[in-house]
Each structure stands twice: as C-alpha cells, then as structure tokens.
Design a protein around this ligand. Structure first.
Ligand code: HAM
Length: 451
C-alpha cells in the first residue's frame, strides 16, 4: 500500500496522508464497546439466565429494536420520564407512502413490545399462560454515568395470558420473584435486597392519585421543579423522588396501602405468604411506585449495597404486574407480570464483588530446598494433587525468602522439602494464617493441609 502510494502521483500521496491524519471517531457518549475478556462474563451471565429460565418453563422472544412511537406513548405512558424526555425518536424517510412520516422510536424498554407481539400473534387464543424472556439492548437518552448508559442491556421476562390461564394469580408474582432470587444466587451476587410494594388496582391507583394531588396542592410550591410538574401530571412519581429537599413533604403524604381494595390487599398478602413459604427474603417499601405507568398491584426492585460498583445506580432490576396493558394496546384482557434486569449493572456488580473477595488460595505450596530435591517435591505434589488438593511447586534453585513470598501469595500453607525431610519422612509445614510451623509425618500431611 505504502509502496503503491510512493510510486503514485504526488497529489494522491498528499491526499492519502491527509486522510490518515483525520480525527478519530469514537463511540457515541453513553454507548460502549464490550470487549474480551469482559464479554466472557456477559456470556456466562446470559447462559446462566437462559438455564434458569428454561427450568421455569420460559421460551425466548426476540422483538425488533424499533417500534412505532405510539406503542411507548400508550404503553409506558406519555407523562413518564422515559417517554417525555428520554426516547430516541425520528420521522421515517421511507419511500412508500404508507411509511413516510411515520414516527419511530428505538425501544426504551421491552414490555410494551412483548405485549404488542402477544396481541399481534394471537397468543391469547392458546388459552395458555405465556412465559417469555428476552435479552437485548434498550435505548434511553439519560445523562450517562457509571451504571447508566444510553444503550444498555436488559435481561427480562414477561408472564401473561387470559385470566383463565391463571395469569392474575399471586402465585405467578411469587414464582417470578423466587426465580430472580435463584438467578442472583446462582450468579453469586452478594447482599441483594428485594423491595416489595403494591400500587393497587387501576381504580385504587386512580383514587390514590387524586388523594396525592389534593395533599400536594397546598405544599407543592416547596418541591423541586421536576416534582412541581409531577404533582400535577403524575403525582405518584413524586414518591420516588431522590431530591433530599422534598423528603419531609413526601414522608407526610398518604400511603398507597390506605387505598388498596380488599382484592388488592389479599393479592399482596398471598404474594408475601408464597415468598415466605419459599424462604425468599423481602422488605416492604410503601413508596416503591416505579417510573412506568402500566403497573398495577405488585411492584418490586432488587438492589445491591452501595460500593457494589454502580455509583448511585444501585437498582439491579425492577418489575411488576400490569393487569391492563394489553387492553391499552388494543388487545384482549391479558394480565401479566414481568421484570427487567439491567445487565450492565449486574456485570459491574459481579466484577466489583469479585475484586473485593479474597482471591481463592491453593491448599499448599511445596518448596524444595535445593535443586536435588526437585524430583521429591514434584512427586509429593503429584500425590497431594491426586488426593484432591490444590498444590503449586516452587523450585529448588530459589532462596528460602523467595519461596516464602511465592507461597504466601498463592497458598494457605507451605511444605518444605529438604534432604532431612526426604530421609526422615517428616515435613515442616508453615501455616500462614496462624503463623505457626509444625513437623508432620507423610501420613498426617493430607489431613493437616485440608483442615
Ligand atoms: P426499568 O426499571 O425502567 O423497568 O428498567 C429495569 C432495569 O433496567 C433497571 O432496574 C436498571 O437496572 C436497568 N436500566 C434502566 N435504565 C438504565 C440505563 N440507562 N443504563 C443501565 N441500566 C438501566 C423496565 O424497563 C420494565 N420494562 C421492567 C418490566 C418488565 N416490568 C414489567 N415487565
């Protein structure tokens, strides 16, 4: 290539050099490249999720990454932050008259898309409960920070069907939550916390919204600007405000539980009873309303402790029940419940928690004293490994100090193999955690090194 350029006319050469000096192009702010070795962890998480979902009877659904804008306006709600501020929307320049000017949007979430597909493919006609999961990118124009991106990945699932399929049973809510607890435990996520609430039926919510609006009316001028607007348009959203200045007012507001119908209360009690039976721990959080309009009854969020690598974004996943969404989208009655895990956040958490954990150490480090002891050291390592121990061997040419340092880094205990030891069949074993040194016979060795 260079030779060709050098032998070409001078202006071609200059043009090419100019081309090579152009500014580099970077990934758009809020989007990221995922590279190896990190992608190994992504694949592991997705494989574990697939395996857990399969055990609970879920099948995969793949819906398009863009949909008509109206789907989200109707499904997620015009007044939500997602729809009012965060969507990537454009007018299609399609050639066909029918496409021209159509408003399209990169999906900011996938529940609306799944319910659209459920209706479009007549899945309700089977009369069966549909258990669908998805893994894929979502798009929201948010202010990027650690754990919050403009293209991010969700692993989610939806359980829905006609009421006679049992789709509105509290058992389904508990099953989904128990499955999530199982998935997080299988992945080794430590310290997760499940926050649980019920936002009541659509009617309960309506009455609660009216009560909130009334309670906020005399005090709303003291709220932050965003919440002043929400107090009018979507008063439930005031409840999960993070603004510290608003907390006193929020604490004085009526609670949703005061507005639950008898049915909503019973449903919530049944969810909790089933979780108790399965030993899934949860904390009730009367202010957990979540930022999407379709929720009815059970809402939930799993969080991880501060310091799990997420900055302030410690909600790993969220979800809830949506009894009227299918009808809002023009479909049949099909209550459902679902969730979406923020996969980026799950990965950041696993990485941070792995760094925090003490690296796993081998059972023993065998240190030969002198090159002549190398064969005996290797033979001892062979025997111990055959007995199931994790063992590393040093080298007889190393000075004792170097062997000590390597052993301390890699193993819990060090076994010294010198000429005396080989002749007498007793070994000096140093225990790093206790700082002790003992002499042991060959037969005592395996027991002592695994204790
Ligand atoms: P969501 O709470 O909007 O719910 O999102 C679910 C999870 O996605 C969040 O808990 C968070 O972990 C992750 N997430 C959201 N935004 C971002 C972002 N900008 N960057 C990184 N992660 C993010 C839903 O999307 C509902 N569709 C969940 C659902 C399914 N409800 C019922 N079925």
């Amino acid at each position: 290539m260079i030779l060709e350029l050098l032998s070409g006319p001078a202006d071609v050469l200059l043009d090419s050099l100019h081309w090579e000096r152009m500014a580099t192009i970077k990934a758009v702010r809020g989007t990221r490249d995922l590279l190896p070795p990190d992608t190994n962890l992504w694949n592991h998480v997705e494989a574990t999720a697939r395996s857990v979902f399969a055990r609970y009877g879920f099948g995969e659904i793949r819906t398009p990454v863009f949909e008509v804008t109206e789907l989200f306006a109707r499904g997620v709600g015009e007044e939500t932050d997602i729809v009012s501020k965060e969507m990537y929307t454009w007018e299609d320049r399609g050639r066909a008259e029918s496409d021209k000017g159509q408003s399209l949007t990169l999906r900011p979430e996938n529940t609306a898309g799944v319910v659209r597909a459920y209706i479009e493919h007549g899945m309700t006609d089977t009369g069966m409960l549909q258990k669908l999961f998805y893994i894929g990118p979502q798009f929201r124009r948010e202010r990027p920070q650690r754990g919050r991106y403009r293209q991010f990945w969700q692993i989610g699932a939806e359980v829905l069907g006609p009421p006679w399929s049992g789709s509105d049973s509290a058992l389904r809510d508990a099953e989904v939550l128990e499955m999530l607890a199982t998935l997080l435990n299988e992945l080794g996520v430590r310290g997760w916390r499940l926050a649980l609430n019920s936002v009541g039926s659509a009617e309960d919510r309506k009455r609660y919204s009216a009560a909130l609006r009334e309670a906020l009316e005399p005090v709303k001028h003291n709220l932050c600007e965003d919440n002043q607007r929400r107090a009018e348009t979507n008063p439930l959203r005031v409840l999960d405000s993070k603004d510290p200045g608003d907390q006193e007012i929020i604490n004085g507001l009526p609670k949703i539980s005061e507005f639950w119908s008898e049915e909503s209360r019973t449903h919530f009690e049944q969810v909790k009873a089933a979780l108790d039976a399965c030993g899934v721990p949860y904390v009730e959080d009367p202010r957990l309303v979540r930022g999407l309009d379709y929720y009815t009854r059970t809402t939930f969020e799993f969080t991880v402790p501060d310091g799990s690598g997420l900055g302030t974004q410690n909600a790993l996943l969220g979800g809830g029940r949506y009894d009227g969404l299918s009808e809002i989208l023009g479909g049949p009655k099909a209550p459902g419940i679902g969730f979406a895990i923020g996969e980026d956040r799950l990965i950041l958490t696993l990485q941070a928690q792995a760094e925090e954990a003490e690296p796993a150490k081998l059972d023993a480090f065998i240190a030969p004293m002198g090159v002549a002891q190398n064969p005996a050291a290797l033979k001892l390592a062979q025997e111990l490994r055959r007995a199931g121990l994790g063992v590393e061997v040093g080298d007889g040419s190393w000075r004792l100090k170097k062997s000590f340092e390597a052993a301390d880094k890699l193993a819990r205990k060090m076994v010294i193999v010198g000429e005396d030891e080989v002749n007498s069949g007793t070994f000096t074993v140093k225990d790093f955690s206790k700082g002790e040194q003992v002499k042991l016979s060959r037969t005592e060795l395996v027991g002592a090194l695994t204790s």
